[in-house]
Design a protein around this ligand. Structure first.
Ligand code: ZN
Ligand code: ZN
Length: 205
């Protein structure tokens, strides 16, 4: 017998008040990201009482296709600074980072960071590439998987990394359109709070 059912996955916060249900039980793929903004965002969450913010992030991509949201009253969007491009939605009770929108995601996908929310989505695939390693702290040695492709900056003119099959899958898989976009959820949550941090600066404000 064949059951036609929508495969779903949950992104939850650590305190349990917030939940985002997406149309996917497996991530599109993942990267490692050494950028200063991801790092600042998780270190701010740690400062606010959330999970420990590491230097290197495991960024996981899922379709921007949200069926249901619980605990919206506990969710708030934030920008690191005026003119910032990434909008990050946190649970403002436990400071789990529930999702990140970025213009290059084209409303097709959104991102969350491993260890900064709870999920039953399959995220077991190896990270496809390590990006923005130019931003990684100069006095530290990142622990990267053997043989992983390192992209100094996603803004580099060399775009060869976009042709790696695992990267193409992340960038080119359209959402099913069964649910709403992550950007629509952000709009429902109201204007982002601007934190006013300097790029790469301290989060203790
Ligand atoms: Zn929470
Ligand atoms: Zn990043």
């Amino acid at each position: 017998m064949i059951f036609w059912r929508t495969l779903i996955g949950k992104i939850k916060c650590y305190c349990g008040k917030c939940e985002i249900i997406v149309v996917a039980n497996k991530a599109l793929g993942s990267f490692l990201c050494g950028c200063q903004d991801c790092r600042q965002a998780v270190k701010w969450a740690e400062f606010k009482g959330g999970q420990k913010g590491e230097d290197l992030q495991h960024t996981i991509y899922v379709p921007s296709d949200i069926l249901r949201v619980k605990g919206k009253e506990n969710m708030k969007p934030f920008l690191l600074r005026e003119g910032g491009q990434s909008i990050r939605v946190y649970c403002v009770t436990c400071f789990s980072l529930l999702g990140v929108d970025f213009p290059a995601y084209n409303d097709q996908r959104f991102m969350f960071i491993g260890g900064h929310c709870v999920t039953d989505i399959d995220t077991s695939m190896d990270p496809a590439i390590a990006i923005n390693m130019v931003d990684y702290p100069k006095d530290k040695e990142p622990s990267l998987p053997d043989g992983i492709t390192v992209v100094n900056s996603i803004h580099d003119p060399d775009r060869d990394w976009t042709q790696i099959p695992e990267v193409k899958k992340i960038r080119e898989t359209p959402p099913s359109n069964k649910g709403i976009r992550f950007s629509e959820l952000i709009k429902e949550l109201g204007s982002p709070t601007i934190l006013g941090f300097e790029p790469g600066g301290s989060v203790r404000k």
